[in-house]
Design a protein around this ligand. Sequence first.
Ligand SMILES: NC(=O)C1=CN([C@@H]2O[C@H](COP(=O)(O)OP(=O)(O)OC[C@H]3O[C@@H](n4cnc5c(N)ncnc54)[C@H](O)[C@@H]3O)[C@@H](O)[C@H]2O)C=CC1
Ligand SMILES: O=C(OP(=O)(O)O)[C@H](O)COP(=O)(O)O
Length: 334
Amino acid sequence: MKVKVGVNGYGTIGKRVAYAVMRQKDMRLMGVTKTKPDFEAYRAKELGIPVYAASEEFLPRFEKAGFEVAGTLGDLLEEVDVVIDATPGGMGAKNRPLYEKAGVKAVFEGGEKASTAEVSFVAQANYEKALGRDYVRVVSCNTTGLTRTLNAIKDYIDYAYAVMIRRAADPDDSRRGPVNAIKPTVEVPSHHGPDVQTVIPVNIETTAFVVPTTLMHVHSVMVELKEPLTREDVIDIFEDTTRVLLFEKERGFESTAQLIEFARDLHREWNNLYEIAVWKESISVKGNRLFYIQAVHQESDVVPENVDAIRAMFEMAGKWESIKKTNKSLGILK
Ligand SMILES: NC(=O)C1=CN([C@@H]2O[C@H](COP(=O)(O)OP(=O)(O)OC[C@H]3O[C@@H](n4cnc5c(N)ncnc54)[C@H](O)[C@@H]3O)[C@@H](O)[C@H]2O)C=CC1
Ligand SMILES: O=C(OP(=O)(O)O)[C@H](O)COP(=O)(O)O
């Protein structure tokens, strides 16, 4: 049986998840929604993806452009078992009643509040919690990145502190620029720490700053350890952790620029770097304090989580079976 999937909101995250769904043998992409007939709508059509208007109010835009849609969101919901809601943050909560009415399961994204879904999800941390659920939220890109590495060492954590250096906008986003400032999130903690706690029970505080870059986010993490760990232990643990890769400055990975170039060299679609990139040299232990620095490719790290969330919701595979399938299909290195 193939699970029938629709994507509502075909933007940065939606189009990458649609691509990932098309690569799964146990899933079928039934269509995506668009609000207007822009180049992304035409490209989707070229790829053979049925394009639906996000609601009836948008139909005149398509009619005016002579772009034939397959119907509206309501029609797409009749075709699918599950919808990926990758609409702008906050809209998913408003859409949930539509999905309930249609009897369709839904995966929400990190721009939604935890209360929008039954479970907040990072596959390697809490896959089992999503088994059989109807509404699951894949947490934000930063929260996913923090959760992946902290979950690997969670038994050793007394308290974690992380400073999030957030990219100002995605590369295709000209609405938020030009930017030339550092913008702190003055509410402390930033949403990331409490959000990590919706997935794993760790003590954590976070602060966050937006900086003028589009490539990636960077996190500086400090952990007070309750059990001793050496630097070598941490390296071994991260080397054994799926969707986390170690990169060395010594090999030329001096900044996020080279990490993105690495993804380009792999010929990854949209230079996606699904894995969290930890700088090996940054891992250090001083007494009971562990430090490390990692980078998060905001446009893609949550993509495999969406695929695994679907498998969990339909109980199609156990945790490691799903993670392995997803990793293989997307060329995730480990
Ligand atoms: N871009 C990022 O770095 C990440 C974003 N997220 C989350 O993913 C979600 C989507 O974010 P992005 O993909 O970045 O946004 P985006 O702005 O790139 O894409 C959203 C898409 O939804 C469409 N849309 C607008 N109104 C709509 C409506 N009424 N019905 C259907 N579609 C509509 C937009 O035209 C656009 O194509 C948000 O919850 C965000 O917080 C999560 C991880 C990373
Ligand atoms: O949604 C996201 O970015 P955006 O809301 O700045 O477009 C990314 O997931 C980063 O969000 P976060 O910094 O809230 O984890």
